[in-house]
Design a protein around this ligand. Structure first.
Ligand SMILES: Cc1cc2nc3c(=O)[nH]c(=O)nc-3n(C[C@H](O)[C@H](O)[C@H](O)COP(=O)(O)OP(=O)(O)OC[C@H]3O[C@@H](n4cnc5c(N)ncnc54)[C@H](O)[C@@H]3O)c2cc1C
Length: 432
């Protein structure tokens, strides 16, 4: 079979996964822009609590990063804990770390309650050290996390690494048993079904073109203009992630859209798959320009990385296949003859401070900046925003931290400087 420029996960989902609602309503309590984990989780929670909610999706449900990712529901955040402690202080970081653990519980609970057939498994994650200095830092991180958050990480010295990974290129590893793996496309399709069952209206191929403040009978509302007509909403949730458009400029200015690419091999023999990943972990390495990889439930090696920094296009996807294949063979020489059957790309929503953010912008609720940690965090923050709208007490640790706009040249719609950022991270990887 030759290589297909296609998302492997999408081939595991019935199509169309979820039927669209027909008529766009004139008015709703809440309009959600974007049908990924964040928007659909928010819609599910709102509908379950009796709120009249419509999800407006420009493409198909789950079309964005939510159906294309590595399917790793990881503990912690993108930045290392010592960096977070210096930046935000102990109490805030404690809440953030607790939120990261709660996020995975939230996914597990939804999968269980809604019977979502997405191969959710608490298989744990393995971070592998590309340099001795990175491995030396693991001891410090694990001790800090144990002390501050009472959460246990296990250090794996190089001599024991073969019990975790069939590769000899790393200097050691660190395991967190709490992280989970899932099939992202089936999970997002399941979330859409769940939101629909709860009573949310889901509208695909409905692109939001403009959001304006409006006054209806003296009450503040939003007029949401879409490609299929206008909807008036009491509240709006922006859940458009890396694909945020100029319809919501205040959020768009803050998003740095960065491409990430994945290949998947042919189905591997069971004994080879076991050798590559004996404990079936979600694996990533310690570089800035990192590789992340895992087995799929049918024993393909799924291998991802930032092969190009630009958001996905036909040409970046095509070029990524060979770059990632070389990376994969560097880690696993055993895969030299394995056929690569799929390659695809997606866009990550980074922010200047590499942190998730949530709260209100221009009077609208939003959550964004998940980078490579959105499977669990976007689900959790979607549900949290819904809770705030329903009157739950404020308890989101990612609100209120400084949230700067991205520099021109890196921000959505104007990304000419992204290759410079990519080059900078490569230099950092060389020297640190
Ligand atoms: C290749 C790749 C690998 C990744 N791997 C992992 C991983 O292993 N683990 C992890 O935790 N995270 C990973 N991530 C990140 C994770 O997928 C995202 O953080 C998460 O899916 C974000 O969900 P979301 O709902 O915020 O956005 P999305 O799923 O991107 O959904 C946003 C939706 O909004 C819609 N939209 C945008 N603008 C409009 C508009 N104007 N009108 C209507 N609709 C609009 C888009 O069409 C899109 O469908 C990865 C991402 C990529 C791209």
């Amino acid at each position: 079979m030759s290589i297909q420029e296609k998302n492997f996960w999408a081939t595991t989902v019935d199509s169309p996964a979820v039927a669209t609602s027909h008529e766009l309503p004139d008015s709703v309590d809440v309009a959600v822009i974007g049908a990924g984990y964040c928007g659909l989780s928010a819609a599910r929670t709102l509908a379950k609590r009796g709120v009249n909610v419509a999800v407006l999706e420009a493409e198909t449900f789950g079309w964005g990063a939510s159906s294309r990712n590595g399917g790793m529901a990881l503990t912690g955040m993108k930045l290392p804990v010592p960096t977070l402690m210096k930046r935000y202080g102990r109490e805030t970081v404690r809440k953030m770390y607790a939120a990261s653990l709660e996020s995975i519980d939230c996914v597990e609970q939804i999968v269980g309650e809604e019977n979502i057939d997405c191969d959710f498994s608490r298989c744990g994650h393995l971070e592998v050290a590309c340099k001795q200095s990175h491995f030396d830092g693991y001891e410090e991180s694990a001790a800090l996390i144990q002390r501050e958050f009472n959460h246990e990480l296990r250090i794996i010295p190089k001599k024991d690494l073969r019990g975790e990974i069939g590769s000899d290129i790393y200097f050691g590893g660190m395991v967190d048993e709490i992280s989970a793996g899932l099939n992202p496309a089936r999970y997002v399709a399941g979330l859409a079904h769940a939101a629909r069952r709860a009573g949310a209206c889901l509208h695909d191929r409905t692109r939001v073109e403009k959001v304006e403040a409006a006054s209806v009978n003296g009450a503040r509302q939003f007029l949401v203009q879409t490609s299929r007509g206008a909807v008036t909403a009491r509240e709006v949730i922006l859940a458009s992630g890396a694909y945020t458009t100029k319809a919501t400029p205040a959020l768009r200015r803050k998003i740095i859209p960065i491409g990430s690419y994945i290949i998947a091999t042919e189905v591997l023999p069971a004994d080879l798959a076991r050798e590559l990943s004996p404990r079936n972990r979600m694996i990533y390495d310690s570089k800035h320009f990192l590789y992340y990889y895992r087995l799929t439930p049918d024993n393909r090696m799924l291998f991802g990385g930032r092969a190009a920094f630009f958001p996905e296009t036909e040409s970046t996807v095509r070029q990524s296949a060979e770059i990632l294949r070389r990376g994969m063979i560097g880690v696993y020489p055993q895969l030299r003859d394995a056929k690569v059957e799929f390659v695809w790309g997606g866009t990550l929503d980074f922010t200047l401070d590499v942190m998730p953010h949530a709260g209100k912008l221009d009077g609208m609720y939003f959550a964004a900046g998940f980078a490579g940690h959105g499977v669990a965090a976007a689900t959790w923050l979607g549900a949290k925003l819904a809770g705030l709208i329903c009157g739950d007490p404020y308890n989101i640790p990612f609100d209120g931290i400084p949230f700067s706009a991205a520099p021109i040249g890196l921000r959505s719609g104007n990304t000419w400087a992204l290759p410079l950022a990519g080059a900078w991270y490569k230099i950092l990887d060389f020297f640190t």
